[in-house]
Design a protein around this ligand. Sequence first.
Ligand code: ZN
Ligand code: ZN
Length: 358
Amino acid sequence: MTERMRAQVFYEPQVMQLEERPIPRPSEIDVLIRVRRCGICGSDLSYYYGVNPLGTPTGKGPLVLGHEFTGEIVEMGSAVRGLRLFQVGDRVVVNPVQNCNACSYCAGGAPHMCPHATVPGVSVDGGFAEYCLSRYTHVFALPDGLADTAAAFIEPVACVVHGLEKLDIKPGHSVVVFGPGPMGLLIVQLAKAVGAGRVILVGTRDDRLEAGRRCGADAVFNVREAASPAYTPDLKGAIAGLTRGALGDRAILATSSPEAFTQALEVTGKLAIVVYFALPARGDVLQIPALPSKVMEKEIRFSRVSPLAWPTAIRLAAQGQVKVEPLLSGSMPLTETPEGFRRMQERIHGTIKIQVTP
Ligand SMILES: [Zn+2]
Ligand SMILES: [Zn+2]
């Protein structure tokens, strides 16, 4: 094994450069992974474009971004070798929210609330590099035959699994999904797997809504472009028409747009649950119309990252329930990572998701 690797190092908004660095050494409890594929996430974009601070002590770089990665084990720390959980060469995915497994939150089944977690790609170096470290407790071996392209979607799928648990869909429910980005499209794909009867996708771009149809949406609505065949000036009326006046049983926000949040409350009915799944920007404020929410006894819930969702996410991917084709717009070599960020941010040629292949 060569002792040096290439990594894309993020310094400050829109400054990321390819550097040669020593390959990191695993501690007793670490696994060293050769990264095969790493997806660019909306949260990576939010760091790269300065919308949100990093999880480092200063909120700033230098840091290797990237937390949606898959690869193969090349080395294990002594404690990991002793456990015989993995072998060199195993293909794996990594849960990037690496909680301590010792505090009261971790012990109480809420590992995502752990105040001691480290996060590759957010608080420590991540996957836009040839090699990356992970604690062995957050590494999962992959079943044979699962493509790398699908494996690099398991992290967002795990987030979706958690969001869908919060959404608490009952058989036959009408579910309204706002925001046909990569996350919204995965939610559309998987909502039926957990019982949704009808999935309605709401967005502002026809190309994304078309991708939503390929992901299994039963109805799509464009709430912005009057020239769109999917345009509706009256979303509530349109959804009432589809649901015999009952409106949506559930709504989930995969966009941080405040208008979408308002609409989610308008288009859901009695006893609805609305899950805020998106990543807001610093300072965002949500407004809740109090009286109708009270009268209809609505619940507004928040969902963050992917606690306890990994075995389910891997199973869904292994069963072929995660369709990569409508989501994956392209792959870029490590050298082109900043260009991949730009294409996703500017949605060039309808780009939805890009994966980097170090
Ligand atoms: Zn992500
Ligand atoms: Zn903890």
